[in-house]
Design a protein around this ligand. Structure first.
Ligand code: KIV
Length: 272
């Protein structure tokens, strides 16, 4: 079983293996991903894009995430379950933030993740005071899509890169146990990772972070949409589904399904 203190210690420069995190949204998905040997399962608000069909993560609610956390927790994974705090669940008050995070913990998460930098320190402190471990997320933060004017690579100027470094240091000082860095030039991923004692987990942040995360549907070829530059697709599960269902359709229409093997035997008395 992975735990927050174990993950916090996983810095590559001290000889640790890179961390691996993959998103999961339901019981079978969590079971298969866990069996693949990941360290963490992220019940991400990407559920809004890849499962619920939205074009952003802004429609995802605490109830949505709690529903999917419970399904993932039902798989009883060895991996640590990280739950995303969705947009507006940690922006209003400390009380709301703690209650929303507690809903996700009670649904089965072992920690929460939130987006933002030094502007989030107050809420992080509130969560840690309530004994809820927090993972940070900086760079291309999808909940800021409107403010950023789209899903754009961040930290491309010296000033923006320095701000990201300051944000990462502020999150570390506030007490987060790890930080996701998304959509930045690799030198930013490298410098932030070097500056921190806690692990960084990259997604489009180059090869030097302490770990990597990918979205389940992107990794497996299930997203059915053009994927970002940083995605490597390891299987075409979408293609396999279409092929398998196509065979089923053909078999039903030709009368080849069901055969005797898939049919219950008739008791003799019913045949009389
Ligand atoms: O919601 C999500 O899937 C994420 C990852 C992209 C890190 O936050």
């Amino acid at each position: 079983m992975s735990s927050v203190p174990q993950i916090r210690r996983r810095k590559r420069r001290t000889g640790s293996e890179p961390l691996v995190m993959v998103t999961a949204y339901d019981e079978p998905g969590a079971r298969y991903v866990d069996a693949g040997g990941v360290d963490m399962l992220l019940v991400g608000d990407s559920v809004g894009n890849v499962v619920l069909g939205h074009s952003d993560t802004l429609h995802v609610t605490v109830a949505d995430i709690a529903h999917h956390v419970a399904a993932v927790a039902a798989a009883r994974p060895k991996a640590l379950i990280v739950a995303d705090l969705p947009w507006l669940s940690y922006h209003v008050s400390r009380e709301d933030t703690i209650k929303n995070a507690a809903t996700l913990i009670r649904a089965g998460a072992q920690c929460v993740k939130l987006e933002g930098g030094s502007n989030r320190v107050d809420m992080i402190t509130a969560l840690l005071d309530a004994e809820i471990p927090v993972m940070g997320h900086i760079g291309l933060t999808p909940q800021s899509v409107l403010a950023m004017g789209g899903f754009k690579v961040q930290g491309k100027t010296r000033e923006a890169a320095e701000q990201l470094l300051l944000d990462a240091l502020a999150l570390e000082a506030a007490g987060v146990f790890a930080i996701v860095i998304e959509g930045v030039p690799s030198v930013v991923g490298t410098r932030v990772t070097e500056a921190l004692a806690i692990p960084t987990i990259g997604i489009g942040a180059g090869p030097d972070t302490d770990g990597q995360v990918l979205v389940f549907h992107d990794l497996l070829g299930l997203s059915g949409r053009p994927v970002a530059k940083f995605v490597r697709q390891y299987a075409d599960v979408g293609g396999l589904i279409t092929e398998a269902v196509g065979h089923f359709v053909a078999d039903v229409r030709s009368g080849a399904f069901p055969s005797e093997v898939e049919t219950y035997a008739n008791p003799t008395e019913l045949l009389d």
